[in-house]
Ligand binder design. Sequence first.
Ligand SMILES: [Zn+2]
Length: 52
Amino acid sequence: MAKIIKSNKKRRFCRVHNCKQQLSMYNFSTYCHVHQHLALEKQTAVLSSASV
Ligand SMILES: [Zn+2]
């Protein structure tokens, strides 16, 4: 099986507006490692509200 690896040459930056952290091309998250918890909190919030 051949894995298709997206080689984005576009520079991507953390979704947090004040954060200038550049995301690595292997980081498919929209947040940098510093703000990744924001994405996780969002996900858990959605999950918990959906299960209620
Ligand atoms: Zn960030």
